[in-house]
Design a protein around this ligand. Sequence first.
Ligand code: TRP
Length: 457
Amino acid sequence: MEKRKDFASKMGMVLATAGSAVGLGNIWRFPVEAGNNGGAAFIIIYLLCVLTLGIPLIVAEFVVGRAAHTNTAQAYKRLTRNTFWQQTGRLGIITGWLIMGYYVVVSGWTLAYFLKALATPPTIAAHIAKQPGYWSDFFNELTSDALLPVLCVIAFALMSHFIIVRGVEKGIERFSKVMMPMLFILLIVLCICSFFTPGAKEGLTFLFRPDFSQVTFGTLLSALGQAFFSLSIGMGCLCTYASYFSRDTDLLGTALKVAGIDSLVAIMAGIIIFPAVFSVGIRPDAGASLVFIALPSVFQEAFGAFPWLAYAVSIMFYFLLLLATLTSLVSLHEVPTAFLAEDFHMKRRTATTIVTLSVIVIGTLCSLSMGPLADWKLFGKSIFDCLDWVSANVLLVVGGGLITFFVGWKMESKTLRDELTNYGNYPYHTRKWIIVLLRWFVPFVIFLIFLSGIGVL
Ligand code: TRP
């Protein structure tokens, strides 16, 4: 087996982990969930979930990963003899595979939109912006097409393939170090632009003025599922990344940085998207298509007098989405790749190829489920919707509950303490609260919300 390589620098490590967290979850899924669940009230609940449940869980995954120093399936084997807990790692790998299957489809759309933005010269774009239904037709045609989205799926899966094949340091770390700062700059530029759109006032009010009358247990479950999805929790992704951390990485500090960056990007995405949604007059609960229907014409509206600026900004936006998506897909790809390479003693290249091919197959099915295979239903939903709901609201939540229970109650407490304090380098009493949360608060709250959300309680 090839030698295991770690992240080479602290900065690279934080950026790669933040790169995993920041993705379609923040820019595409977060506004959709916030729109469906009443806006500001959802956001407050979401942020509470991140603070009280998300951060301890990130730490929990980091602890397992770094203590075991191997992929997520092996990790539990190294830390416990109990076969039930050993399966937790495998559940995560299956979850990751499923998420990747539909994630790559939406990733493919971002690629299609990026190319479309490039290929639409400013004069034509200005003309299009005057046609009300243009972008919803474009979106519906794109997603229900049999060929183009599948080609985009293949292209995206291959991009992620070539980064993963290069390994952790030369592939993931180097790529994230360039891409993440670029992403922040683009986000800031776009937030500023958003203040100039006609729907700015309405959009920002929707985003920041809470209305708790719409909050139900379903909302809580959605906020929890969204927090897990966005922070990459619940399937061993962070556990796998942490297995590449060095011994002197501060796990709590890194968790706080990653959660902070991720939440900031989600809020910024809201600031970019809701003014756009109100500007073009669609409803904020329009569903999976917000980013793809409301946004394209908004740049023209905001910069009507400067068509070239509008052209540049829309290209930038889709490029940003593409980057954020790619760093996340790479992190999802790494989990089964590390598992196959280490558990089955495969070359990294072979393991990556197997994962890429399988993702292309699931991705193609998901993509076709919006067009030619629209009649194939699972639990009354299309394959795509079903995978999204089951993975975020069920599998990640169950996985997260199991991980925290394992770390809080089943793992040797000395290992937990050592990992949390970096072998005594940080005082234990300042970190003990994490253990208290992990034992008493997180697992029970997660299971309560889960049972109520799916209607059992
Ligand atoms: N967090 C990513 C996003 O917001 C998606 C993602 C990457 C993910 N790795 C994950 C989701 C692991 C769940 C689990 O787009």
